[in-house]
Design a protein around this ligand. Structure first.
Ligand code: C2O
Ligand code: CU
Ligand code: CU
Length: 467
């Protein structure tokens, strides 16, 4: 517990320091940092290797549109939900209570849990209103993860049911500050209530909201120190919206993704993040104190010519008065990860969309869940698949229970810097992505498109891993 508290204190005192210096130097109080960092979940267990938290799903009021309130579904009363902080190897125990009027479960996106803890219908009965369930598992991988229901995902997630997990490992890169970035959106009526209409257009692209959010806020402001290293942990929790991040005059040094740090950090001027994906980046902000930059969502054409045409502002990044460069440099290398073997694909899994009896369906090998034939493998075995997207739109492929590595795109091996443990990857329209996975835990595991309306529309299958 002690290391975690210190880490938190460190971040808090840094921002205090920054605010203090601003007031001293400029004579003016610094404008507030309105980033809205998620609240840390309270660890009730004194054992340093056990993190034990209470989590309650319940309705709460939140203001998204000025002068209105929205009844959201929250974990512990906040949207985004709490941030669970842990160290590699810790046991996490979550006492969950469902105080919603509807049944739910929790799925631990990206975390390698035992099958019965995965929160999906195949392994657990939904938790009824008023009921409780205890999730318990060991955190086997450092990284940044999130959790969300795995029943009625399109409704429950857009209503606010998502939370964060940060697992620290022994190889954390040095940074002066660390912040969380939860990207999402909501579709609201003028009175602030959720617009629950769903037509074929919305199903086609996944529901995109009319209010775009960072940490549950519209245009929050992040204060950074000039020349200092700010580490950003980014997740996209939207139902369907992709984010294509850019910060004028700056590049993001990508140091990690879904399953933790990568061996070869690289610079990206655009960071394309599909629903479900995470990126871990370092930002060295440059500029005169007081400079305000706008974090943008740049256009990206993800299919059917519906990509938003104009760049969209997401947040303000303000160069603060902080103590200046700390002397920390951007890392050139990261920790090694085990490279899984390459080779030819043993099978092709095809993703497509089609009208079936007038209804828009999202299909895997021509079938909709639950009719998609399961893939049978043995525990410990390594498999290479070609994921073929025949549709005229991108589908973010997500696998439960295991990481995979991307080997090739349209037959061309990926660059060295793409060596990463992923749980979600974009399958660009009309293309094939080759992946390799080691299935090292028995059970019934899901894979699906993480555009939630597509999951619901049938684009989901099961992998049966025999012991
Ligand atoms: Cu975040 Cu089955 O998904
Ligand atoms: Cu998942
Ligand atoms: Cu899809």
């Amino acid at each position: 517990m002690s290391e975690r508290s210190w880490a938190l204190l460190g971040v808090a005192s840094l921002s205090l320091l920054a605010a203090g210096c601003g007031a001293e130097r400029g004579g003016e109080p610094a404008a507030p940092d309105t980033w809205g960092e998620p609240t840390a979940a309270l660890d009730t267990n004194p054992d340093p290797e056990v993190v034990e938290v209470d989590l309650e799903a319940r309705e709460v009021e939140k203001t998204y549109l000025e002068g209105t309130t929205t009844t959201v579904w929250s974990y512990n009363g906040t949207v985004p939900g709490p941030l669970i902080e842990a160290n590699l190897g810790d046991t996490l125990i979550v006492h969950f209570k469902n105080s919603l009027p509807e049944e739910t479960t929790i799925h631990w996106h990206g975390i390698r849990v035992p099958n019965e803890m995965d929160g999906v219908m195949a392994v657990q009965a939904p938790i009824a209103p008023g009921e409780t369930f205890t999730y318990r598992f060991t955190l086997r991988d450092a990284g940044f993860y999130w959790f969300h229901p795995h029943v009625m995902e399109p409704e429950q997630i857009q209503k606010g049911l998502f939370g964060l997990i940060r697992v620290r490992g022994p190889n954390e890169p040095e940074a002066d500050d660390e912040r969380i970035v939860v990207l999402g959106d909501v579709l609201l009526n003028e009175d602030g209530s959720f617009n629950e209409e769903l037509d074929d257009d919305m199903i086609m692209m996944g529901r995109e909201g009319n209010v775009v959010l960072v940490n549950g806020r519209t245009m929050p402001a992040l204060e950074v120190r000039p020349g200092a290293l700010t580490r950003l942990r980014i997740v996209n929790v939207a139902n369907g919206r992709f984010f294509n991040l850019a910060l004028p005059g700056h590049a993001f040094r990508v140091i990690g993704t879904d399953g933790g740090l990568i061996p070869k950090p690289y610079d990206a001027e655009r960071l394309l993040i599909s629903p479900g994906e995470r990126y871990d980046v370092l930002l060295m902000a440059q500029g005169e104190p007081g400079t305000e930059l706008t974090l943008m969502n740049e256009p990206y054409e993800r299919g059917h010519h519906t990509g938003h045409a104009d760049p969209m502002p997401l947040a303000t990044v303000r160069i603060g008065q902080g103590p200046g460069p700390s002397g920390r440099a951007l890392p050139e290398t990261g920790p090694a990860i085990e490279r899984l073997p390459g080779g030819p694909a043993e099978a092709t899994i095809t993703f497509d969309e089609q009208y079936v009896d007038g209804k828009l369906m999202f299909l895997i090998d021509g079938k909709a869940f639950p009719d998609v034939p399961p893939i049978d493998v043995e525990s410990g075995s390594v498999h290479i698949y070609d994921l073929k997207n025949d549709a005229e739109m991108d589908h973010p492929f997500h696998l439960h229970g295991f990481f995979f590595q991307v080997l090739a795109r349209d037959g061309v091996p990926v660059a060295e810097e793409e060596l990463a443990n992923k749980d979600t990857v974009i399958l660009p329209q009309r293309s094939t992505v080759r992946i390799v996975t080691r299935f090292d835990a028995p059970g019934m595991w899901m894979y699906h498109c993480h555009i939630l309306e597509h999951t619901e529309g049938g684009m989901m299958g099961e992998i049966h891993v025999a012991p």
